[in-house]
Design a protein around this ligand. Structure first.
Ligand SMILES: *Cc1c(COP(=O)(O)O)cnc(C)c1O
Length: 433
């Protein structure tokens, strides 16, 4: 496979600022942004400029890792991590990325071949590798707090497990994750502890936010999708997918992203702004419709999360809305750039079944929201459907729909055999310390 080379315009140092500091008065380096959860003003870190990329041929890139390095390098320029970026990319992206055409209209971008079988492995592994190197350099230690609606926690636990300078506390909502997800969240030991919170994902997320705002607590770091170190690596596969598609098809793809906390789609918009050949980015959500409501009403109202079959997207108050609104501050702009469509559980089931009957391909419930949007809202137009998790992680939902058993991916099989341990707590962040 051939790619295009990437040329950068501008040569200034790469800096980062808070989404609440529009004038960009206070600048941060990338290591600062990665090691601090939130900016001191409560905003989220974002690049001051998104490096522009030219679409001239990048024939030299022979692998995903090489291309990821090219794409990420400008963000790391002149930082302490610049020289280790090739190794970080090799460490982090140690599994395949697949772009599969499953029918004349649907090409699936499979992002679930990592150790925990969901796309969050990309961001979590990259962040773990980068943070570990930074802490090694400075001789420090940190505790990662991570709230999860399902897949984040296991990806973060797996990525950070065994890292020398980092402890991890994973918070997940009791009774709202699948059995296999629960095992993957609680099968760790040594530097990783798991907390089963009597509350929703939003409660877990609020607890993490409160802990970060508590001046009495020191040495905390974040690995949620609010961390820029998770977001940047997620831009890489949008280049891979759009360049590969554009080469093959001779036109730019529409990409449909199953969305919850909006980190993955924010990465897609960043890639598009940087010049990746993407025609349009469309968000698919489950019944949690805060983005759709914003598009209709023009005012953003966080909501309580609703439980759905696509549980990793059960987010009523998506953190990365702040980044999307920072990217597109004008409502008209926001509305013209960002399309979002909500999908019901019934439609998720029907889509899994229809795709299986028509093509033999099995989708997880999250991926099915995107395919449903392609069929229902995009006039059955051709698109890349982002596949965020392996269907085998959601076997209890998928198997009854397709009427057969799914093979367990080998990486999951070995995790599922480990002993599990969780600490039950109330939805109060003081119980974590
Ligand atoms: C986290 C997750 C999503 C949602 O991604 P966001 O970046 O939070 O929008 C979708 N599908 C799966 C399987 C996930 O784990």
């Amino acid at each position: 496979m051939a790619f295009w080379p990437i040329y950068l315009t501008g040569g200034d140092d790469m800096n980062y600022a808070s989404t609440r500091d529009r004038k960009q008065e206070r600048l941060y380096s990338l290591p600062e942004a990665m090691m601090t959860a939130l900016a001191p003003d409560g905003g989220l870190f974002f690049p001051v400029v998104i490096p522009q990329i030219n679409n001239a041929p990048l024939g030299q890139c022979s692998s995903f890792v090489e291309m990821a390095f090219e794409v990420l390098h400008p963000y790391f320029e002149d930082s302490e991590l610049e020289s280790s970026l090739p190794e970080i990319c090799m460490d982090a992206f140690s599994f395949p990325v697949d772009l599969k055409q499953i029918s004349p209209k649907t090409t699936v971008l499979e992002l679930f071949h990592g150790p925990t079988a969901a796309f969050k492995d990309f961001g979590a592994r990259f962040l773990a590798s980068a943070m570990d190197r930074l802490l090694e350099l400075s001789g420090q230690r940190r505790t990662i707090l991570v709230a999860t609606s399902g897949d984040t926690g296991s990806a973060v636990a797996s990525a950070f497990h065994g890292k020398k300078n980092i402890d991890v506390k994973v918070l997940f909502p009791k009774g709202r994750v699948s059995e296999r997800q629960r095992i993957q969240l609680t099968c760790w030991d040594s530097n990783v502890s798991s907390y089963e919170v009597d509350g929703s994902f939003d409660d877990c997320q609020a607890m993490v936010k409160q802990a970060f705002m508590d001046p009495g607590l020191r040495g905390l770091a974040s690995a949620n999708s609010i961390n820029l170190g998770r977001l940047l690596p997620q831009t890489t596969y949008y280049y891979f997918a759009s360049f590969s598609y554009a080469l093959q098809a001779g036109r730019m793809p529409t990409i449909i992203v199953p969305s919850g906390n909006l980190g993955n789609c924010t990465a897609a918009f960043m890639a598009q702004i940087a010049g990746a050949p993407i025609e349009r980015i469309v968000l698919a959500t489950n019944a949690n419709r805060s983005v759709e409501d914003y598009l209709e009403k023009g005012s953003f109202e966080p909501r309580a999360s609703i439980q759905t079959l696509a549980n990793a997207m059960d987010v009523g108050s998506p953190s990365n809305m702040e980044r999307l609104m920072y990217l597109y501050p004008d409502f008209k702009d926001f509305k013209s750039q960002i399309k979002a469509f909500s999908v019901s559980d019934e439609e998720i089931r029907a889509t899994i079944k229809a795709v299986y009957d028509e093509t033999g391909y099995v989708m997880c419930p999250h991926t099915a929201t995107a395919e449903c949007v392609r069929r229902r809202d995009l006039g059955d137009r051709e698109a890349i459907v982002v596949s965020t998790a392996s269907p085998a992680k959601f076997n209890h939902i998928v198997e009854p729909i397709i009427g057969r058993q799914l093979m367990v991916p080998s990486q999951l099989e070995s995790l599922l055999k480990r002993p599990c341990k969780a600490i039950a707590i109330k939805a109060d962040y003081h119980e974590l310390f």
